[in-house]
Design a protein. Structure first.
Ligand code: MD3
Ligand code: FE
Length: 215
């Protein structure tokens, strides 16, 4: 359901098998070549969320090929299966209006995935995602524990905002006028995930984006 222009929530979009496959894949990605880690911010703060990147490495506040802030290694490539999943996600969220959110070639080609892991105490403060040089939509997939997702506005970190509960299997797409809105995750509900996904605790969120950087 649309919660703002370009922002569409599709509850329970991933099948149980897709959730299991993604959890298993995330375990492999978390091991490296650049291991999942708590990102250190330029002023010394440490994010409570843990992140591993595919395709490009995100370090605050830019994308690089090598993880200079971790171990200097090149990140793993973005699997074609995730590009295809991103295209299916856009079609599911925008249906026949999907072309309105794409460039002239009518294709969505994400080149980076950020995989975030939240333990029961992890949070993400209100921020905008503006390190991409491309306004293509962001695709978000949630697995495991439920959380409160806070969807704000493009002007300020504060009100007005809308709180939405995200559950395992949910898809959220942010394009058009919603692409540069402030957003965050103020709370995770520990123990709400189904262990059948293979994730016994915590919450995983995969976001797919197009950086607009040269291939
Ligand atoms: C709205 N992740 O990685 S996903 C992030 O659940 C991030 O891990 C959160 O914010 C998470 O940057 C939220 C939903 C999301 C992702 C990107 C967006 C919402 C967005 C970009 C623009 C607008
Ligand atoms: Fe974000």
């Amino acid at each position: 359901a649309g919660i703002a222009p370009g922002a569409v929530h599709v509850p329970d979009w991933l099948s149980p098998a897709q959730q299991r496959d993604l959890v298993a894949a995330c375990r492999g990605w978390a091991a490296g070549p650049v291991p999942m880690r708590h990102t250190v911010l330029p002023r010394g703060g440490v994010m409570s969320v843990q992140t591993v990147c595919l395709g490009w490495h995100w370090q605050p506040y830019r994308y690089t090929r090598t993880a200079d802030d971790v171990n200097g290694e090149c990140v793993a490539p973005l699997p074609d299966a995730l590009v295809e999943l991103g295209r299916q996600a856009l079609a599911a969220a925008y249906e026949s209006a999907v072309g309105d959110y794409l460039d002239g070639r009518g294709e969505y080609t994400p080149d980076v995935a950020l995989v975030n892991y939240y333990d029961g105490a992890a949070r993400m403060g209100m921020h905008q995602d503006k390190d991409e040089r491309c306004a293509a939509p962001v695709v978000s997939l949630s697995i495991g524990d439920s959380c409160v997702f806070r969807f704000g506005n493009a002007e300020t970190r504060g009100r007005p905002y809308t709180d939405v509960e995200l559950e395992s299997g949910d898809l959220f797409v942010f394009g058009g006028p919603s692409r540069f809105t402030y957003h965050g995750v103020p709370k995770v509900y520990p123990g709400t995930g189904d262990p059948g996904t293979g994730l016994t605790r915590g919450r995983l969120n995969l976001t797919l984006r197009a950086t607009g950087l040269p291939v």
